[in-house]
Design a protein around this ligand. Structure first.
Ligand SMILES: C[S@@+](CC[C@H](N)C(=O)[O-])C[C@H]1O[C@@H](n2cnc3c(N)ncnc32)[C@H](O)[C@@H]1O
Length: 165
């Protein structure tokens, strides 16, 4: 959960604001009732903060909703029970799979409105990786160092910020 919350903060926060054009999908497989999918929609969020503990409370509230029908549990926070493939299909439309050793991000044109797929402290399971690749994901690397997911997200934002100012 710490990893996910740090990654969400890297995806959503700038020094003085939220990135309103970002949507974060958190896919959780931990007990007691996996799988769960939580979407954080930047332009609708009201209570997301740099403080990870208060965000954890929002995520805990979202996890109380275990229906397959998505429900907004707090402004901008949508929860459901969904498979990995269903979660991917609610994101999209194009995918970039961030993976050590992938094609260098600096040599690539990143598709507009892409969803970036990252794992936590373990690599994606083979069937999850296949699901991403079936969706024609670009496999993209960020350099020679293996990073934490939140660090990788900050680098991607920096690359995109420089291209789209
Ligand atoms: C902590 S890493 C995953 C575990 C890592 N493969 C290992 O051997 O420990 C978390 C995720 O951040 C992304 N990531 C980290 N470093 C990266 C890099 N150099 N290039 C592209 N993605 C990276 C990948 O999505 C990776 O799955």
């Amino acid at each position: 959960m710490d990893l996910l919350l740090s990654a969400a903060n890297s995806a959503l926060l700038t020094a003085h604001d939220l990135r309103r054009d970002v949507e974060v999908g958190l896919f959780l497989l931990g007990p007691p009732d996996p799988p769960r999918f939580i979407r954080l929609v930047g332009y609708q969020l009201r209570s997301w903060q740099p403080d990870v503990r208060s965000n954890a409370a929002l995520v805990r509230k979202a996890l109380e909703h275990a229906s397959r029908v998505e429900h907004e549990t707090s402004p901008g926070i949508f929860a459901s029970k969904a498979s990995f493939e269903e979660a991917l299909d609610r994101l999209g439309p194009s995918f970039v799979y961030l993976k050590e050793g992938g094609k260098d991000v600096r040599d690539l044109l990143v598709p507009a409105d892409a969803t970036f797929v990252l794992s936590d402290n373990q690599d994606l399971a083979p069937e999850e990786e296949r699901a991403v690749l079936r969706r024609d994901a670009l496999v993209v690397g960020l350099g020679p160092t293996s990073l934490h997911a939140d660090q990788a997200i900050s680098i991607v934002h920096n690359e995109l910020d420089r291209r789209h100012v």
